[in-house]
Design a protein around this ligand. Structure first.
Ligand SMILES: *[C@@H]1O[C@H](CO)[C@@H](O)[C@H](O)[C@H]1NC(C)=O
Ligand SMILES: *[C@@H]1O[C@H](CO)[C@@H](O)[C@H](O)[C@H]1NC(C)=O
Length: 313
């Protein structure tokens, strides 16, 4: 009897899933993107990108379903659709001089014809022709960033070559050796085995911190997916429901815990260091150095994110 119930539940769940899938594909596609390069390659090509809110007659069944699906926690909002159309070819039959109006009419027409919904422009990102100059020309800051990144890479190459070429019996040059990838890896994976027992006992905490760091980098890598037009949003939505995805979604908790652990380790290390030199002790003068070390470390770990924040500011 138990087995029968089990089978029944599985079958019912399968049926429900199939139904959901069918409903899902009745919705207007969330993202639609024409080929931008191909569009503008034509001298008279024009490309527009924007978001639209769906508007339906009252008590429309499909629209109610869309609203319901959109309310689910891990789903995208499917009542707002995103379109990037090559208006010059896709909407060639719409008679409008203004690109913006042509685009809006075109999306309205297509949504109306295929799904029976009206579409109201909520935001227009841009309309471009091949003659439009790039909206964000490469500026001095961009170039500085590229040089900065290149410099770090170059130092890594030099440091690593130095590490391989140096005489292992001699004391290495500390400025060059810090850039060596091999040496850095050794230091990263080192667990203070032979060192200070007070630090060794903190190994588990350092381990947890390293694990958090990996999830933080992964979560930031996911930003790219959530801020772009994706072909198959359903995959992302389903993936977000997997238990393992909680690692990405509970970022606030992880960041807070991470900062607490880091601060604890920092304070602990500072106290130990100040013991070495009891005369100097712990003064405000060490603050700039601590802050500099912190910035230097986070900048290299999460450069793309910091860059995004800097650009946004
Ligand atoms: C989805 O977007 C529409 C239009 O911007 C908004 O009115 C609605 O509240 C959003 N729904 C959810 C569940 O966020
Ligand atoms: C959409 O455009 C076609 C072709 O111009 C036109 O025949 C049709 O009536 C339009 N549909 C709507 C809903 O505007």
């Amino acid at each position: 009897m138990g087995v029968l119930w089990f089978l029944f539940v599985i079958l019912a769940a399968g049926k429900a899933l199939e139904l959901k899938n069918q409903q899902y594909h009745q919705m207007p596609q969330l993202f639609q993107l024409d080929d931008y390069e191909k569009c503008l390659a034509n001298g008279r090509g024009a490309f527009c990108l924007g978001s639209f809110n769906l508007v339906a007659p009252p008590n429309n069944r499909l629209f109610n379903v869309i609203q319901k699906i959109s309310e689910e926690r891990y789903n995208f909002n499917h009542t707002r659709i995103h379109r990037g159309y090559c208006v010059s070819s896709r909407c060639s039959d719409v008679e409008e001089v203004s690109l913006r109006r042509k685009f809006v009419k075109c999306v309205k027409n297509i949504t109306q014809t295929h799904h029976g919904f009206d579409a109201k422009l909520s935001s227009l990102d841009y309309c471009k022709t091949s003659k439009t100059p790039p909206s964000r020309p490469i500026d001095g800051l961009d170039v500085a960033f590229i040089y900065f990144s290149g410099l770090i890479l170059l130092m890594n190459v030099i440091g690593t070559i130095y590490d391989f070429a140096r005489n292992p019996d001699h004391k290495p040059n500390r400025y060059l050796i810090t850039w060596s990838l091999v040496e850095s890896w050794k230091r990263l994976a080192n667990s203070y085995e032979s060192g200070n027992p007070r630090l060794t006992s903190l190994n588990p905490i350092n381990g947890i911190k390293a694990f958090f760091m990996i999830t933080i980098i992964l979560a930031h890598a996911m930003f790219a997916l959530h801020s772009s037009y994706i072909q198959n949003p359903q995959f992302m939505e389903n993936a977000s429901r997997l238990p393992l995805s909680t690692l990405f979604q509970n970022g606030y908790v992880i960041i807070q815990t991470f900062i607490m652990l880091s601060s604890f380790l920092l304070a602990y290390n500072l106290l130990i260091n100040s013991e070495k030199d009891p005369k100097k002790g712990l003064t405000l003068r060490s603050l700039p150095r601590v802050i500099f070390n912190r910035i230097a470390r986070s900048v290299t770990i999460d450069k793309p994110l910091i860059w995004r924040i800097a650009r946004a500011v």
